[in-house]
Design a protein around this ligand. Structure first.
Ligand code: RNT
Ligand code: ZN
Length: 416
C-alpha cells in the first residue's frame, strides 16, 4: 500500500479547495481526547472484583478477555494507545483506585491514585476524573446526592469532595487541568409526586460539594445531565435543565453525553447553544442505539458533526472531548481502539472542510451551493489523508489495526 503516493494526490485535491492537509494533520495531533478507562473492564473497577454495575447503566455481552486487574487494564490501554493517533488523556473513575485494602468511597485519597500518576507520567497521558456514585449498596435505592436519607446524602457528598481533592492532586502532579465530571444515577422508576423536593436535595448536596475549597486551576468541574436510566424511567433528578442552570449559576462546566437526550435530539446541535453562555464544556461522545446503549462510536453523521461543531468555531481548547461507551460483546481492546480512532478521524475530517467558504455562502443565502459543496466534499480523498496521518503518528494504517488486535488477543486477552 503506497500511502505516500496516494497522499500526494489527495493533498493536491484539498489544496484546490484551499485546505492545507499537512497543517490539518499537525493541528489534529494537538487536540487531546480523554479516553474512558471503563471500556477495558466493563465499568467494574478495582474497588471490588465482584462489583456489579448499577445506576441504570449496563454493559451487555460477555466476550472473553476483559481486563481484571490494574496491570491488565493499563497494558490494554497502552495497546489501544499504540494503535490510536493523537494526544491522549485517560478518564478514570473513583472505583479504579489502587489499594490492597478496601477503602470506603468517602475515604479515598490521592495516595490511592499515586500509581496512576506515575504511570500517566511515564506514558505522557493527562488524567481526568469521575466520582463513582453507582455500583454501591448506598446507591441501590436509586438515590445518592438526592437521597431522602441524610446519612446517604452525606456519604456521597463526602465521596464527591474526596474526588475533587484527587482531581486537584492529579492537576498539580501533572501540571495540568484535571476535568472532573460529576454524574449521578439518581432517578425514579414510576411517576413521582415530589420532583421538586428531590431536585432541591440534589441542589443542596451539590452546593455543599462545591463549597469545599479546591484550586480550580487544577481541578475543573463539570456536571452531566441525563434523560433516563434503566429502571429509572419516570424522572431523572439531574436533568438537562437542572444542570444547565446549575452550571451557569455556579461557574461549572456542563457535560453533554450523546446518549442522554430524546432519540431525535443530537448534542451536535446543542454545543453552539451552550457555548454562548459557558466558557468551556465537556462532551461524552457515545452512540445511543434506541436508548442510551453506549455503543462503540462509529464514523457516522453525528460523530462528524460533533467534531465539526468543535473545529468550525475554533473550540478545540474550550471543549473537552471525553469518550463514554462500553461494549462487552466484542474484543474490548478493539472496541476501545475503533471508537478512539473514529473520534480522531472525525476531527481530521472536520479540519479538511473549507469552512469559511461554506459559511460565506450560507451568510449570503446561497443554500444551493452550500448543499452542493457539502455533498461534493464528502467524497474527496479523505481516506488517503487519514492513512497518512496514521502513518505519521506511527499507528496502524487501514485494516492493519485488526491484525494487531487479533495478535494481542491470541497472545494476551484470550488467555485470561
Ligand atoms: C451514565 C453516564 C456516565 C457513565 C460513566 C461511567 O449514563 O453517561 O457518564 O457512563 O460515568
Ligand atoms: Zn456519560
Amino acid at each position: 500500500m503506497n500511502v505516500q503516493a496516494a497522499y500526494e494526490l489527495a493533498k493536491e485535491r484539498y489544496a484546490e479547495i484551499g485546505i492545507d492537509t499537512d497543517k490539518a494533520m499537525a493541528e489534529v495531533a494537538e487536540i487531546p481526547v480523554s479516553i474512558h478507562c471503563w471500556q477495558g473492564d466493563d465499568v467494574i473497577g478495582f474497588e471490588n472484583p465482584d462489583g456489579k454495575l448499577s445506576g441504570g447503566i449496563q454493559t451487555t455481552g460477555n466476550y472473553p478477555g476483559r481486563a481484571r486487574s490494574i496491570d491488565e487494564l493499563r497494558a490494554d490501554f497502552n495497546k489501544m494507545a499504540s494503535m490510536t493517533p493523537g494526544k491522549k488523556r485517560i478518564s478514570l473513575h473513583a472505583i479504579y483506585l489502587d489499594s490492597p485494602v478496601k477503602v470506603p468511597r468517602n475515604e479515598i485519597e490521592p495516595k490511592h491514585f499515586e500509581s496512576w500518576v506515575q504511570w500517566a507520567k511515564e506514558y505522557g497521558y493527562g488524567i481526568d476524573f469521575n466520582p463513582t456514585c453507582f455500583g454501591h449498596p448506598l446507591a441501590e435505592a436509586g438515590f445518592t446526592l438526592s437521597s431522602p436519607d441524610e446519612g446517604i446524602r452525606n456519604f456521597w457528598i463526602e465521596h464527591c469532595i474526596a474526588c475533587r481533592k484527587i482531581g486537584e492532586y492529579f492537576g498539580k502532579e501533572l501540571n495540568d487541568r484535571c476535568i472532573q465530571n460529576v454524574w449521578i444515577p439518581d432517578g425514579i422508576k414510576d411517576i413521582p409526586v415530589d420532583r421538586y423536593a428531590v431536585r432541591a436535595r440534589l441542589k443542596d448536596s451539590l452546593d455543599k460539594i462545591f463549597a469545599y475549597p479546591i484550586d480550580k486551576k487544577y481541578d475543573v468541574e463539570s456536571v452531566e445531565s441525563k434523560l433516563f436510566g434503566i429502571g429509572l424511567e419516570s424522572c431523572t433528578v439531574g436533568s438537562s435543565e437542572f444542570y444547565l442552570a446549575y452550571a451557569l449559576k455556579n461557574d461549572l462546566l456542563l457535560t453533554l453525553d450523546a446518549g442522554h437526550f430524546h432519540p431525535t435530539e443530537v448534542i451536535s446541535d446543542k454545543i453552539s447553544a451552550v457555548m454562548q453562555f459557558l466558557p468551556e464544556m465537556l462532551l461524552h461522545v457515545s452512540r445511543p442505539v434506541r436508548w442510551d446503549s453506549d455503543h462503540v462510536i462509529i464514523f457516522d453523521d453525528e460523530l462528524r458533526t460533533i467534531a465539526q461543531e468543535i473545529v468550525r468555531y475554533g473550540f478545540e481548547k474550550r471543549i473537552h472531548i471525553g469518550l463514554d461507551y462500553f461494549d462487552a460483546s466484542i474484543n474490548r481492546v478493539a472496541a476501545w481502539t475503533i471508537g478512539t480512532r473514529n473520534m480522531q478521524k472525525a476531527l481530521l475530517y472536520a479540519k479538511l472542510e473549507p469552512t469559511a467558504q461554506l459559511q460565506k455562502l450560507e451568510f449570503e443565502g446561497d443554500y444551493t451551493s452550500r448543499l452542493a459543496l457539502l455533498e461534493a466534499y464528502k467524497t474527496f480523498p479523505f481516506a488517503d489523508v487519514w492513512d497518512m496521518y496514521c502513518e505519521k503518528q506511527g499507528v496502524p494504517v487501514g485494516t492493519d489495526m485488526l491484525k494487531e488486535v487479533k495478535k494481542y488477543e491470541a497472545e494476551v486477552t484470550s488467555k485470561r
